[in-house]
Write a protein that binds this ligand. Structure first.
Ligand SMILES: [Zn+2]
Length: 149
């Protein structure tokens, strides 16, 4: 959750006006505005929280999520067909389910290969150590005698 989203609690809605003004009000209190907007022959103006709304200037009432989307788009992001946000400068690199499956399979394969390689290297190192130890013992006079009964 972004800071912006934290600032605006879940039960708020935004009245969006044609002049770009955005006024946040509590959802419960917005119901009367919605009712007013639905009235066919209702008054043209309504006073609300110290703001006079002209019904012709109201684009609509948006949820916090709508507004967050709007903010992201304004800041140069776009939502791809997979429902992820990307920077406008970035191509969507999202994978289909099949591609994800393939990616996972390849990754698992790589892990197995790496484990096998590591085991092989460990074995090689162990053999080399044993070899070196034998060589050392061969040249160690103390060792030569310690073995003699
Ligand atoms: Zn994408």
């Amino acid at each position: 959750m972004t800071e912006y989203q934290n600032e605006i609690s879940r039960n708020m809605v935004c009245v969006c006006l044609t002049n770009g003004v955005e006024k946040w009000i509590e959802f419960e209190r917005a119901l009367s505005l919605i009712k007013w907007l639905q009235e066919q022959d209702g008054p043209q103006f309504i006073e609300y929280d110290g703001t006079v709304f002209n019904r012709s200037y109201i684009i609509g009432l948006c949820t916090r999520d709508d507004m967050e989307d709007k903010r992201l788009i304004k800041n140069g992001f776009y939502k791809c067909s997979f429902n992820y946000w990307h920077d406008n400068k970035e191509n969507c690199g999202c994978l289909t389910d099949e591609e994800k499956e393939e990616e996972k399979r390849r990754y698992d394969e790589m892990c197995v290969r790496q484990t096998l390689k590591r085991e092989e290297e460990d074995k090689e190192r162990r053999l080399k150590r044993e070899e070196a130890e034998k060589e050392r013992q061969k040249n160690d006079p103390c060792y030569l005698f310690s073995d003699v009964k």
